[in-house]
Design a protein around this ligand. Structure first.
Ligand SMILES: [Zn+2]
Length: 174
């Protein structure tokens, strides 16, 4: 059983998540307040750091976190699609558009997905017009996923895919 905790970071209120079982932990998007994150981690053994994309508000504390937990493996859009690390089994799904290094991490057994700045509660991440086609492609893939998957975005509240399909303007008619 995995627990998910959210730590809101910095002026842009970025969501850093810690997922853990009793002993192992992974950090998703180490925002900008390393001390806040490290305090929350406590005695957990951090074995992975997951990066949804390299915007500053998501990785401001990355160097400090890497120094503190120097054995932790980094995962990002360049990682394998299927990953397994101790108790964690997850899929990396590239979803370019917001940036061309954006990805989500889907934990199929737990039915949870970390979407970064790709899909938020009732909206999506901003993107440059030249990346519109990529964003559309990413959204089309997103709506093929199971409705009951809970999404944890990089900003704002969590949601689920079914709710977003019905209520997110940007997912309608694509
Ligand atoms: Zn971003």
């Amino acid at each position: 059983m995995l627990s998910v905790e959210c730590i809101v970071n910095g002026d842009l209120e970025e969501n850093c998540y810690i997922i853990h079982n009793k002993s192992y932990a992974m950090i998703i998007d180490p925002g900008s307040e390393a001390n806040k994150i490290i305090n929350k981690i406590g005695n957990l053994d951090v074995i992975g750091i997951l990066i949804t994309h390299y915007h500053y508000d998501h990785i401001g504390a990355l160097d400090d976190i890497k120094n503190k937990y120097n054995g932790a493996k980094i995962f990002d859009y360049t990682s394998h699609n299927y990953n397994e690390l101790e108790c964690f089994k997850f899929k990396k799904i590239n979803n370019f558009g917001h940036t061309m290094d954006s990805c989500s991490f889907l934990f199929e057994n737990e039915n949870i997905m970390f979407t970064g700045d790709f899909v938020f509660y009732r909206t999506i991440g901003n993107y440059d017009i030249e990346n519109e086609e990529e964003m559309l492609k990413s959204l089309k893939n997103f709506i093929k996923l199971n409705d009951n998957i809970i999404i944890y975005p990089g900003h704002g509240p969590s949601s689920n895919i079914g709710y977003e399909k019905r209520n997110n303007y940007f997912l309608r008619g694509i």
